[in-house]
Design a protein around this ligand. Structure first.
Ligand code: NDP
Length: 241
């Protein structure tokens, strides 16, 4: 059976990706950091649909925890799809950002992604597909997220570099850059803020986790076999680079 790994796959966008790839026929190894309950619920749901799934506790900022992923039997057997989805966004004013905070964000969003890749890379199949969840802010920047935006920009350029390094191998890596998506990241919005966000989007709605999962499903499928190293913006027209 084909295996897909989804980091942060128990909640928000990651949970939608886990469910979607399971329905595409992959057994799902999803990781979580703090939220074990939602992760176990996603695993149960996938298993109920007849597809195998497992949740692994893994704080991506801890190299020892990430290294343990390599010992999982499904990883040893070979990984077809790796989705690097985990991320944190703390909304700190760019002028107030301190070094500790910057390090925390980079350590989770960028270095954590690198550690996962570095741990899994020897288990990837020759035609493995890797998807990295970036952000529109990785191109745009944000006055409330200089650290977050920088981490997402780093992720995109890193992924592009990998795409160019794969040479004759058939591996592919792409970046999905969401706009506003309805998850806990937006949960603190006031009603006014939410309405203002909707007005900003040409398609006049906030994106759903399934909007992102559908794009990931395409990017790991045969239908996208000539696409690599690209950033696909999924944002309802909010930002058109
Ligand atoms: P959530 O806050 O709902 O989920 C974040 C996920 O990241 C959780 O599964 C969380 O795991 C995991 N995570 C956080 N820190 C760590 C860590 N140290 N180690 C391992 N896992 C960790 O956010 P979303 O679902 O919205 O975000 C998913 C991705 O999409 C992120 O990369 C985010 O930056 C990106 N994105 C989201 C947008 C949005 O509007 N929602 C817009 C643009 C990009 P746990 O809960 O177990 O701690």
């Amino acid at each position: 059976m084909r295996t897909a790994i989804v980091t942060g796959g128990g909640r928000g966008i990651g949970a939608a990706i886990s469910r979607r790839l399971a329905s595409d026929g992959y057994r799902i190894l999803l990781t979580y950091c703090n939220s074990s309950k939602p992760a176990e619920m996603v695993v149960d749901e996938i298993r109920d649909s007849g597809i195998d799934s497992v949740a692994v506790n893994c704080d991506v900022t801890d190299p020892r925890e990430v290294a343990l992923l390599a010992t999982h039997p499904w990883v040893i057997a070979g990984v077809e799809v790796l989705v690097i989805n985990h991320g944190r966004y703390d909304r700190v004013d760019a002028q107030e950002l301190d070094f500790e905070h910057l390090r925390r964000t980079m350590s989770t969003n960028f270095e954590g992604a690198f550690l996962v890749w570095d741990t899994i890379k020897n288990s990837l199949t020759d035609d493995a597909r890797i998807c990295v969840i970036g952000s529109q802010l990785g191109t745009r920047g944000s006055p409330q997220g200089a650290d977050y935006s920088a981490s997402k920009a780093a992720l995109a350029v890193w992924a592009r570099s990998l795409a160019q390094s794969f040479g004759t191998s058939r591996k592919r890596i792409n970046i999905v850059a969401p706009g506003f998506v309805d998850t806990d990241i937006l949960a603190g919005d006031s009603a006014e803020k939410r309405a203002a966000r909707i007005q900003e989007v040409p398609l006049k709605r906030i994106g759903t986790p399934d909007d992102i999962a559908g794009t990931v499903s395409f990017l790991v499928s045969e239908d996208s076999k000539y696409i690599t190293g690209t950033v696909i913006h999924v944002n309802g027209g909010l930002y058109l680079p």
